[in-house]
Design a protein around this ligand. Structure first.
Ligand code: HOZ
Length: 434
């Protein structure tokens, strides 16, 4: 595989952009490669790099592209919308339409504020929980990642876990003191924090299905327990559905698990590949948000007409009958195929999956906590990744991320991926023996 142009672009990028990437998660360092691929275009489930090599894409821009790349419906709507102007910094009818679609899908979001990214959504949600309760402390979970706002970069997953940065430099100690860290899928660890800090905790923020430490589903009762504990202690439950919203069901984890959120954060799929985030909750909570109330949050490009157009078209496409059954089926095919391939190669591997998001952990299993995730064999993942890439399969360059399937992945794409995985796992097994 010739990737000379990516290598050259990386040289140029490094001179101008820290680490040559605009987000650390994109670096290939965690999988032992010298440079990331520079991507030139995508169509359906496929992408092409700067050298013209084609790959089946299992990253999907880290989740937004549930319809696949350059979906005709989204492209056509964007082409029309762009003729009317790209940004007004004023209300538009489109924003009202997207807000309406979001509220229909998430009944707990009686009001919704649109922002431009998942990071903005979670950062604003935390501020809102503090404004509403008049408390300052926040509970988050080790290995969960909620974007890069200061309060949330404590023992975080995703790129921080990949690059061994448990808590970011530059976050003042005073902020770190306000962030309490519990263990995912361990209700007792949350209970202990509520006991230790009575009437001080504003909220608990959680990825209802952890996706940023790789996929870790909630144990039965975990989300319900968080709801009960927050209610008992006068705190708010903030569900970060940036990944799971419109992904694991149209109404996200709230629909799939029947759990209630006080504040919901959305991103990724609601922008259909353009930058949109959102947060929302009951009318009473959202009445805090300026100009209704005293909690300030703003953005020049919030509700941007192009971004909102891509979101609206994506959500409407997801309303077609059978969409989530199809995603479930594709996910199951990959899970079964990978599991069988690992057994055949005698490689300890467990596939964690919820719908169309999944992670193959190089671990004998079960993987239900951050500690278990963290004992996965990252070297084996890296070897697997490199072999898959050579065979035209583009995976996340880290053991601590999810793979995403889209409606565009064909049965042939998935079959090819499973065959490639067989070879890759054999390679992993041979190296393990040598
Ligand atoms: N949430 C994504 C990774 N888990 C973000 C991707 C990025 O940081 O570029």
């Amino acid at each position: 595989m010739n990737t000379a142009k990516s290598a050259r672009l990386y040289q140029e990028a490094q001179a101008q952009i820290p680490g040559g990437v605009n987000s650390p998660a994109r670096s290939f360092k965690g999988v032992g490669m010298d440079y990331p691929l520079f991507i030139r275009r995508g169509q359906g489930a496929h992408i092409w790099d700067a050298d013209g090599n084609e790959y089946v894409d299992f990253v999907g821009s880290w989740g937004p592209l549930i319809l696949g790349h350059a979906h005709p419906r989204v492209v056509e709507a964007l082409q029309k919308a762009i003729r009317d102007g790209t940004s007004f910094g004023a209300p538009t009818e489109l924003e009202v339409e997207l807000a309406h679609l979001v509220r229909q899908a998430f009944p707990s979001m009686e009001m919704v504020r649109l922002v431009s990214s998942g990071t903005e959504a979670t950062m604003s949600a935390v501020r809102l929980a503090r404004a509403f309760t008049g408390r300052t402390k926040l509970v988050k979970f080790a290995g969960c990642y909620h974007g890069h706002a200061d309060a949330l970069l404590v023992r975080a997953g995703s790129g921080l876990a990949t690059h061994g940065i448990p808590t970011s430099a530059g976050v003042p100690d005073a902020y770190v003191q306000e962030t309490l860290v519990a263990e995912y899928n361990d209700l007792a660890s949350v209970e202990r924090l509520f006991e230790s800090y009575p009437k001080a905790i504003a909220g608990v923020i959680v990825e209802p299905v952890a996706g940023n430490m790789g996929v870790v589903p909630p144990k039965p009762g975990f989300l319900e327990g968080l709801h009960r504990l927050t209610q008992e202690h006068g705190a708010l439950l903030v569900l970060d559905e940036v990944i799971t919203g419109f992904r694991i069901a149209y109404g996200g984890a709230q629909e799939r698990y029947g759990v209630h959120a006080d504040i919901t954060c959305l991103g990724k799929v609601i922008g259909g590949g353009l930058p949109v985030g959102a947060y929302g909750g009951s009318r009473e909570i959202m009445a805090q948000v300026a100009p209704l109330g005293p909690m300030y949050q703003a953005g020049t490009l919030s509700g941007n007409p192009l971004a909102v157009t891509a979101g609206i078209e994506t959500l409407k496409a997801l309303q077609a009958p059978g969409v989530y059954d199809a995603l479930e089926e594709k996910g199951a095919r990959v899970e079964v195929g990978l599991t069988a391939a690992a057994r055949e190669a005698a490689v300890p591997l467990i596939v964690n999956r919820v719908g169309s998001m999944l992670t193959a952990f190089f671990h004998p299993g079960p993987v239900q906590t951050w500690e278990e995730v963290n004992t996965s064999d990252r070297e084996q993942y890296a070897r697997f990744f490199r072999s898959m890439l050579r065979q035209g399969m583009y995976l996340a360059p880290s053991q601590f991320e999810a793979a995403f399937l889209s409606l565009a992945h064909s049965p042939e794409d998935l079959e090819r991926a499973i065959q490639a995985a067989k070879l890759a796992l054999r390679d992993v097994a041979q190296r393990a023996q040598s």
